[in-house]
Design a protein around this ligand. Structure first.
Ligand code: A2H
Length: 253
């Protein structure tokens, strides 16, 4: 954790189809609002490669009215931060419509803004922290070692994780190229560091560090409007485009 506030990008992922366990409880209470799962990311330029989304199964989430038309699914803590950052109206008011446990969200189908794969599924991840961001994580297995290893674990043990294998069937998408690791940085690092499971937290922390530095300082975009542009230059521009499109917003904590 740094000293100052961390500047994230909040990514709005509209619900296309709720999981059976969430459907009735939620649809009855949102008053016709569009509902979005909302993730906090430090890497908006990687959203082209989102293949799924992660929640923690034992985390308590809420659905919060942001205004008359939209509701966000995230932790109470993050909804409260948003209320004081002008994301919802009136300022400072948290309007919680319902509470739901993460386990019930698994299998929900959502839109993945800017992704090559326009619709993706909500899946479980062991290491999601309730105390960071919104408690919802966009999964970009091409560039995040944690996301990639979790996807591999889910594919290996679909029954154990109680998921339909089809929900984890989208492969990592090349988004950024680096001279040392090629077009799929995170899968290459998992192999190089011999990482086998989400439980290899020490090696994953090292992989995450390398991935972040390599991607940021040496990466070039392979897709989207800023194809061919360096990641350093594209990062803020993709963020701006997503905000202009109403698919993202600034979020700090
Ligand atoms: B990042 P920092 Cl491609 N629990 O987004 C666990 N992890 C969380 C989280 C939570 N509650 N909320 C956000 N995160 C993840 C993309 C990404 C991210 C890529 C590569 C690296 C990366 C796609 N996932 O993060 O502790 C989110 O994943 C590595 C730094 O605040 C978010 O950005 O530095 C990042 O952790 C924020 O972590």
């Amino acid at each position: 954790e740094g000293v100052g506030p961390q500047e994230y990008t909040g990514i709005k992922m509209e619900v296309v189809e709720w999981s059976p366990a969430a459907k009735e409880a939620i649809e009855a209470k949102v008053g016709g609002r569009k509902v979005f799962l909302v993730a906090a990311t430090l890497r908006p330029e990687t959203m082209y490669g989102q293949t799924n989304c992660y929640v923690g199964t034992s985390i308590k989430y809420g659905v919060f009215a942001m205004n008359d038309k939209e509701a966000f699914l995230c932790t109470y803590r993050s909804a409260r931060n948003m209320a004081f950052q002008g994301t919802s109206t009136p300022r400072g008011v948290v309007d919680q419509l319902l509470e739901i446990e993460g386990s019930k969200l698994i299998g929900t189908k959502i839109k993945a803004p800017f992704s090559v794969n326009p619709e993706v599924y909500v899946l479980p991840m062991d290491n999601v922290l309730a105390t960071k961001g919104t408690g919802v994580v966009t999964s970009v297995p091409s560039d995040s070692p944690d996301d990639c290893q979790t996807l591999y674990d889910l594919r290996k043990k679909a029954a154990f994780y109680k998921i339909d294998p089809a929900w984890a069937s989208i492969d990592p998408v090349p988004v950024i190229s680096t001279p040392t690791y090629g077009d799929l940085l995170a899968p290459a690092l998992l192999t190089a560091l011999k990482i086998q499971s989400q439980k290899d937290t020490k090696q994953l922390a090292e992989a995450k560090d390398i991935a972040y530095k390599e991607g940021f300082y040496n990466g070039t975009m392979l897709v989207g409007e800023f194809k061919g542009v360096s990641v350093q230059e594209a990062k803020g521009k993709v963020r701006d485009r997503m905000i202009e499109a109403g698919l993202a917003f600034p979020y700090a904590e």
